[in-house]
Every structure is written in structure tokens, then in C-alpha cells.
Design a protein around this ligand. Structure first.
Ligand code: AMP
Length: 397
């Protein structure tokens, strides 16, 4: 397999699929350039090795044709600034004669940005002819957009067939896969997964896949109450998915068969309504009175989970263990984050992924104290579910 390290880019146009889907304010100024910064090492490496990056991405949700507010020209100036003033040109489209001519006349060290891929419906349809036309703008293809790797779009997967010997991952996908493999393929034991968030239904496939891999499975957040009800408890007005009670029972059974230690709460912080100012008290998880709902883990649970986390060699955290958006119910999630940081300091590898746990770790200001944070959203979840991602498979095949 080709890599950025071993590939000879000199005099070549490197077509790089990045995720530059950045947010803008009303004046069309970029409000968060994290995704652009993430792609810089790949772009800079191509330039350093004598190649010309041809950047392609989607931006926003255009409705089947060009729309100025979603034009990639709004990112050109900032990209040039991030590349220390490098010449960055914008093509009129991502396909067509004029664009092709521009890509052919680009000089080493110069950058060409193709226009928004999603100005054509053919992109998301994974149209092969469209992929072929985009491919004409490059001599090799680098996939560096992990966020869209779960989509079989023209630029993220289908295009691979036009570069059978000239395709590779960029550093964004490379480091994402390396980190995920440290958890899923070769974890330092014990491996602990902390699954939180609102619902069992949205996490069930990940939990099932994780049962084959983890030593400890910590279950927190709204989904715990389906488990407590499955054990015969009274969960009061807590979030509970009655349709998933049998699923919860099956998970507990499977965990037992596989020797996975399931860690559920032993006390709950309950509230008399869903608000930060609600009255609250600590209560046993199987005896939540009607009119009360569990919104966070209790102090004994915190201690129990903390011990398991701090003894782990590898930790995966997906989903808060309480309603962390409410200050009064954020203590549990904060304690989990603190324990992950403590374990990381002792040498554990920690990966935080999934929208809300990332928001959580950012809120507590601990983002720099864990090993890896994945912001990939849907692609990450599908990877954790054990699915083959088209954008990854296309490069590996
Ligand atoms: P998810 O997107 O599935 O990871 O869910 C995250 C959301 O779950 C956050 O907005 C939390 O507020 C919410 N959540 C966590 N614990 C609870 C709980 N005990 N009851 C209701 N919602 C919760």
C-alpha cells in the first residue's frame, strides 16, 4: 500500500479529499477552522515533496447546484494564510475542461482548490462517471476526510478505481485509524469502554461489538435505566426504552458468557423534573420513586467507576454519564473525565469519541490531557460498530 511517506510526489498533482466543511458566520467568515488545520500536515507534506495539492471537499448543504454561500472560494484566503502565504487558486468547478486545464497548469508548491463537490448531485450518488471526471484533476488520490469515510460518495470512495496504484490515506485518517486500532485491535489490557448518552437504541450495535473486545463495560447516562428495569427495578420517570428491555437482558447475558465485567451504577442522583434547578436526592437505582428521574450517577457509583477506569490500560469513552449540560448534574461526567485523565497520566491510552463526550471533555477543559479525541461523528460510530467504511476500504483494496 502506498503511503504519503513512501510516495514520490515530485511534479505530480495530488488530489486530496479533505473535510473543509467549516462553519461560517453571516459575513461568511470562518468561525472554527479546526478541520482546515487538521489537514495541514498532509497538504504541507505534498508541497514539501515537490507536488501540487489539488484540494477537494464538500461545504454545507447546497441543494443540487451552485450557491455562492457554499462556494469554496470563501476558504481560499484563509487556506493561503494557514500555508504561510502559499499561492492558492480556486477552480470554477470540480469537473470540466476549464478546471482540468487549471489543474494541469498548477506549479509545484501551488495549491488548487476545486469548487464544492456537492454542487453536483452525482457526488453523493457515488456516480462513477463523475468520479472519473474529478479524477482527471490529479495524478494520485489521498483520502484525508475521516468524517465522510462512511459514505460511498464519488470523491470519498468511488474515485479509488481510477488510481489503483496511486492512492493513500492522509495524516488525518492515518492517525484516526492508528488510534482506533490501539483500542479495537491491540489494546493494552484491561480495556474499558464507557458507554453513556441518552438511549440504548442508538448505541446498541456499538455495545454488541464492544462485548467481543472489552474487559470492562461501564454503562452510564439515560440508557442505564433500561438495564435497571430489565433487572426488575423501578426507574420512576427516568428515561427508559421499554422496547429494549429484552435487548438489555441479552447484553447482560452475553457479557456474562464472555467474561465481560459490566459496571452499572449503585446509586443515582435523581431529580423531580428535567431542569438544572430541580430538587434532587441520591437514591438506589432499582428504587426510583414515581415522579423522580435519574439525571446523573451518584457518589458511590463515581468511586466504583473511577477504580475501574484508573486501573485500565486502554479506555474508550462514548457518551456522558449524566445530563452534563445542567451544572447540577454534570458531576458524574466530570469525575469520569478526571479519572480518564488520571489513567492517561499513568500511561493508559484514552480515546474520546462521539459528539457529546467530546463536548463534555471540552467543557471541562481537559481535551489536552487525554490521548486522542475523535471528532468524526457518524464515521467513528460506524467504525466502532465494526462496519467496513467505504472510504477506508477503497484505499486498502
Ligand atoms: P448521546 O448523543 O446518545 O451520546 O446522548 C447525549 C445526551 O444524553 C446528552 O445530551 C445528555 O444530556 C443525555 N443524557 C445523559 N444522561 C442522561 C439521563 N440520565 N437522562 C436523560 N438524558 C441523559
Amino acid at each position: 500500500m502506498q503511503t504519503i511517506e513512501n510516495y514520490d510526489f515530485s511534479g505530480k498533482r495530488a488530489l486530496i479529499r479533505v473535510d473543509f466543511n467549516v462553519p461560517f458566520n453571516e459575513q461568511l467568515e470562518i468561525t472554527d477552522d479546526t478541520r482546515m488545520r487538521a489537514a495541514l500536515p498532509t497538504i504541507k507534506k505534498v508541497i514539501e515533496k515537490g507536488g501540487s495539492p489539488v484540494i477537494m471537499s464538500h461545504l454545507g448543504r447546497p441543494k443540487g447546484g451552485p450557491e455562492d454561500k457554499f462556494s469554496m472560494r470563501h476558504i481560499v484566503k484563509h487556506l493561503s494564510d494557514l500555508l504561510d502565504g502559499a499561492t492558492v487558486k480556486i477552480a470554477p468547478d470540480c469537473v470540466g475542461e476549464e478546471t482540468k486545464k487549471m489543474s494541469e497548469s498548477i506549479k509545484p508548491g501551488e495549491v488548487l482548490v476545486l469548487e464544492n463537490l456537492r454542487f453536483h448531485d452525482a457526488e453523493t450518488k457515488g456516480d462513477e462517471n463523475f468520479a472519473k471526471q474529478i479524477a482527471e484533476n490529479g495524478d494520485c488520490w489521498i483520502n484525508d476526510a475521516f468524517g465522510t469515510a462512511h459514505r460511498a460518495h464519488a470523491s470519498t470512495a468511488i474515485i479509488a478505481k481510477f488510481f489503483p496504484n496511486d492512492k493513500m490515506f492522509g495524516y488525518v485518517i492515518g492517525s484516526e485509524l492508528e488510534s482506533l486500532d490501539k483500542v479495537l485491535t491491540s489494546p493494552k489490557r484491561p480495556l474499558t469502554a464507557i458507554m453513556g448518552g441518552a438511549k440504548v437504541s442508538s448505541k446498541i450495535t456499538i455495545i454488541e461489538n464492544m462485548l467481543d473486545k472489552v474487559d470492562n463495560l461501564i454503562i452510564g447516562g439515560g440508557m442505564t435505566f433500561t438495564f435497571f428495569k430489565a433487572r426488575g427495578g423501578n426507574v420512576g420517570d427516568s428515561l427508559c426504552e421499554n422496547d429494549y428491555i429484552e435487548t438489555a437482558k441479552a447484553i447482560e447475558l452475553k457479557a456474562k458468557e464472555k467474561g465481560v465485567n459490566i459496571i452499572l451504577g449503585c446509586d443515582v442522583l435523581v431529580a423531580d423534573n428535567f431542569s438544572n434547578d430541580a430538587n434532587s436526592k441520591i437514591c438506589p437505582p432499582m428504587e426510583i420513586p414515581d415522579g423522580w428521574m435519574g439525571l446523573d450517577i451518584g457518589p458511590k457509583t463515581i468511586e466504583k467507576m473511577k477504580r475501574a477506569i484508573e486501573e485500565s490500560g486502554t479506555i474508550l469513552w462514548n457518551g456522558p454519564v449524566g445530563v452534563f449540560e445542567f451544572e447540577n448534574f454534570a458531576k458524574g461526567s466530570h469525575a469520569i473525565a478526571d479519572s480518564i485523565v488520571a489513567a492517561t497520566k499513568k500511561g493508559a491510552f484514552s480515546l474520546i469519541g462521539g459528539g457529546d463526550s467530546v463536548a463534555c471533555i471540552n467543557k471541562f477543559g481537559l481535551a489536552n490531557d487525554v490521548s486522542y479525541i475523535s471528532t468524526a461523528g457518524g464515521a467513528l460510530l460506524e467504525y466502532l460498530e465494526g462496519k467496513d467504511l467505504p472510504g477506508i476500504a477503497a484505499v486498502r483494496e
